[in-house]
Design a protein around this ligand. Structure first.
Ligand code: F6R
Length: 239
């Protein structure tokens, strides 16, 4: 695992975008795994400034989706990905995939999502944020390190953290679909970005703590090409 520490969130975004752009121009990144939340927004804005036909030809797979929000709900991850990724990067919407949190058969939707990732040849580069409890995607603590895309229950701490995007915490769905830790580990390269003091403990547990399902991001210690890109505050609890 590589750790890169930079001065600001803006530099974190620029650095991660640079890694992606180099992969795109070398032809090693054709399928991007995309995260929602605040952390990766600077990456998408930086990529937008470097839009090119090669960048716009990428396929993308989202990490997760709430269950029970219509795709046109502004806080559904389908809508967030459309706004922040598809539109900014000029991607073909037909090549941008989000788990179907409105499916009548959620288990089948999860299997279909795994099959779609496989059919696309796997994910070349996965962007990740990290929750304060160490989650990646919506793999909350105690998630199996080998898990695949599935239905998960969000912890109340995560619902409280995400309440800022909704009128109040009661509006945050309790269930989601998320790529599993085993799914994420199959991405060829992983870039985790984190900013701010609130993430410092989770980052330290992920990088230096024991490999443990109580800190799902610690599974990345086993990934051959994982990089944590951090601002100074997010790195401040590292030894
Ligand atoms: C989002 C996701 C989550 C977030 C994490 C951090 O698709 O999968 O793991 O990356 O909750 O969220 P922010 O960046 O908003 O602090």
């Amino acid at each position: 695992m590589q750790v890169v520490v930079l001065d600001s969130a803006a530099e974190v975004g620029e650095y991660a975008a640079g890694v992606i752009l180099r992969g795109v121009s070398h032809g090693t990144v054709k399928t991007l795994g995309v995260a929602t939340g605040s952390s990766p927004l600077a990456i998408y804005k930086a990529l937008e400034r470097h839009r090119s036909p090669e960048l716009s030809a990428l396929s993308a797979f989202a990490l997760d989706e709430y269950v029970g929000l219509a795709p046109d709900h502004p806080e559904s991850y389908a809508a967030v990905i459309r706004r922040e990724v598809t539109d900014r990067l000029g991607l073909d919407p037909g090549r941008v995939h989000v788990p179907d949190g409105g499916a009548a058969d959620l288990a089948a939707a999860c299997l279909d999502y795994e099959a779609a990732i496989k059919a696309a040849g796997g994910i070349d580069l996965q962007i990740l944020g990290i929750g304060r409890n160490g989650h990646i995607g919506f793999n909350e603590p105690t998630s199996s390190l080998a898990s695949r895309t599935r239905v998960k229950t969000l912890m109340s701490a995560t619902r409280r953290d995400n309440a800022r995007f909704f009128a109040d915490v009661t509006q945050v769905p309790s269930l989601c679909l998320t790529q599993g830790l085993g799914t994420i580990m199959e991405a060829r390269t992983v870039l985790l970005v984190a900013n701010g003091k609130a993430k410092a403990q989770a980052v330290a547990r992920a990088v230096e703590g024991p490999l443990a399902s109580m800190c799902p991001a610690s599974v990345l210690q086993m990934h051959p090409h994982a990089t944590f890109v951090l601002d100074r505050e997010a790195a401040s609890d590292l030894a």
